[in-house]
Design a protein around this ligand. Structure first.
Ligand code: CA
Length: 223
């Protein structure tokens, strides 16, 4: 899952980026409200972590413009401890959740996972499909109940596919899930990781739709 982080405080920004990366998110970090709007226009991000006190354009204005344009992606706002009015304004402008600075990085990750789940219409924390079960919180995958070792990028690909069974995801869409701006994109990486996943999960689990992309079936083959 790819997250846009808009935060002008260099220390907070760096630690949030590092913490979210450790939890398996691809993170793009911008430091002002205008840069956030430019990044949002790409529509590459699954969720936004938005500081309200941003230079050039206030976070609440960025958020208001998103919602007015029909952008429903989950937004989690970062606010100062004493800024109750900001929090209220943020929630009223369409934020889905908030954390108060200073916050715990594990809590931020957990709240983001919850927003992404709800955004996908799922209440359960596990992504289960046939004999495969993926836990975004613990980053564990099980096949027929047995733990399966996946590389971080294999995990990210499988998570993206399992989040939308029946949907064909293109190479560009899958690359978006794997890489932030500052990560070098490896050529053929998607094919290489899909190949590895098929070896581990069975060749039929991930289908290639020639020239279009990859998918897992809407109804699990083994269900
Ligand atoms: Ca700030």
């Amino acid at each position: 899952m790819r997250v846009l982080l808009a935060e002008d405080d260099p220390m907070i920004g760096a630690s949030v980026r590092q913490g979210l990366r450790q939890d398996g998110f691809a993170v793009d970090w911008v430091e002002d409200g205008r840069a956030a709007e430019l990044a949002l226009a790409e529509h590459a991000h699954d969720a936004i972590v938005l500081d309200l006190g941003l230079p050039k354009r206030a976070g609440v204005d960025v958020l208001g413009a998103m919602r007015r344009s029909g952008d429903t992606r989950p937004v989690l706002i970062l606010t100062a401890r004493d800024a109750v009015a900001d929090r209220v304004a943020g929630l009223d402008a369409g934020a889905d959740d908030y954390v108060v600075k200073p916050f715990d990085l594990n809590e931020l990750s957990a709240r983001l996972r919850a927003l992404l789940r709800r955004g996908a219409g799922r209440a359960a924390p596990l992504l289960a499909h046939g004999e495969v079960e993926l836990n975004p919180a613990t980053r564990e995958v099980r096949l027929r109940g047995d733990p399966l070792a996946l590389s971080p990028r294999e995990f990210a690909l499988l998570e993206a596919l399992l989040a939308r069974p029946g949907a064909i995801l293109s190479r560009a869409q899958l690359e978006d899930k794997l890489y932030g701006w500052s990560d070098p994109v490896e050529s053929n990486a998607v094919e290489v990781h899909i190949h590895a996943l098929r070896k581990k999960l069975g060749a039929d689990f991930i289908r290639n739709v020639r020239g279009v992309g990859w998918m897992v079936a809407k109804v699990p083959a083994s269900a």
